[in-house]
Design a protein around this ligand. Structure first.
Ligand SMILES: Nc1ncnc2c1ncn2[C@@H]1O[C@H](COP(=O)(O)OP(=O)(O)OP(=O)(O)O)[C@@H](O)[C@H]1O
Length: 300
């Protein structure tokens, strides 16, 4: 049941074969079956055989003596979307937060094994955690906009990095808001307080804020669980747009969502990585009975 290094061969995580069809946006109503990952996905240019961007080997996370993530081994492929699924309490958020060391903030939280980003040990004491979190950005379940203007929210990170020139900041803000598919909705009110935006707009603003510091990886912890279906569709479409430019890892409870937005899926159960592979394969032909039971809704 536990993934071993043989069944979790990184080659398993390689992108599905390129398909010569235009990218169809995610989140469409047609993807109503849990076993219907998005068809027609096109591989990002140069991403036919992406290498690992994050590499976990026998990686564990402990809260005190409790092992919440148990010796997981898998690769997050560069430029693709990887979903982490599993029932409540199985360690999804713990694993995601470990990827940019958000767990550092939790007392008695420790790790074991290896977790690498671009070949470097994320838990190497010499790693600058601030730089790490710039390169590996995070979007949370509830949009955490600052009580500042829309402009200042997006400019926040670049300013921290020392960018002071108004013209440059304006460019970064516009580019980031365009990437987050929010520009058209806010371009005439950039000085308004961000707290006045809708929940869905606030979440896209948080994505714009994360993108403004030019990360390579975006971690998303249930980014649509607080949103209505329309706002959820916008975020899923956005993930489709960002795919290829960024490596995205998303925790979701929603099987349909994992099927719609992700290329690869990790299924966790009680901290154990039961199965990791291409979403399409896992959802149509899971290797493990436990995976099948979960994705068909028999438990969890
Ligand atoms: N700060 C903490 N201190 C101690 N135990 C924790 C802490 N955070 C999480 N846990 C425990 O670790 C396990 C994994 O929790 P985690 O939040 O990662 O699961 P999850 O799969 O993301 O759950 P959910 O889907 O409900 O958000 C659970 O048993 C949880 O109670």
């Amino acid at each position: 049941m536990t993934m071993n290094s043989e069944t979790n061969d990184p080659r398993e995580t390689a992108a599905p074969a390129a398909e010569n069809r235009p990218h169809s946006s995610a989140g469409s109503a047609q993807a109503s079956q849990p076993t219907a990952p998005q068809e027609g996905r096109r591989e990002p240019a140069g991403m036919a055989s992406p290498g690992p961007h994050i590499r976990a080997r026998e990686f564990s996370v402990y809260y005190g003596a409790f092992e919440a993530v148990k010796k997981v081994t898998f690769d997050v492929p560069e430029g693709l979307v990887t979903a982490i699924i599993g029932p409540s309490g199985c360690g999804k958020s713990t694993l995601l937060r470990a990827m940019n060391r958000m767990n550092d903030l939790i007392p008695r939280c420790t790790t074991g094994g290896e977790l690498e980003f671009d070949g470097r040990n994320i838990y190497d004491p010499r790693i600058d955690v601030v730089v790490l979190r710039t390169r590996i950005g995070m979007v949370f379940q509830k949009p955490n906009v600052f009580p500042k203007s829309i402009f200042d929210n997006v400019a926040y990170g670049p300013r921290l990095q020392g960018q002071k020139k108004r013209r440059e900041l304006e460019e970064i803000v516009e580019t980031s808001l365009r990437q987050a598919a929010l520009w058209d909705e806010v371009k005439d009110r950039l000085e308004d307080n961000a707290m006045g935006l809708s929940g869905g707009q606030q979440q896209r603003l948080c994505i714009a804020r994360a993108l403004a510091v030019r990360p390579e990886i975006l971690l998303m912890d249930e980014p649509t669980s607080a949103l209505d279906p329309k706002a959820t569709t916008k975020i899923e479409d956005l993930i489709g747009e960002l795919r290829g430019q960024y490596t995205i890892t998303i925790v979701t409870h929603n099987m349909q969502q994992a099927g719609r937005v992700s290329d690869c899926t990790a299924f966790l159960y009680e901290g154990v990585l039961v199965e990791f592979g291409r979403t399409r394969t896992m959802f149509t032909n899971p290797r493990e009975k436990q995976t099948e039971d979960y994705i068909t809704g028999r438990f969890g």
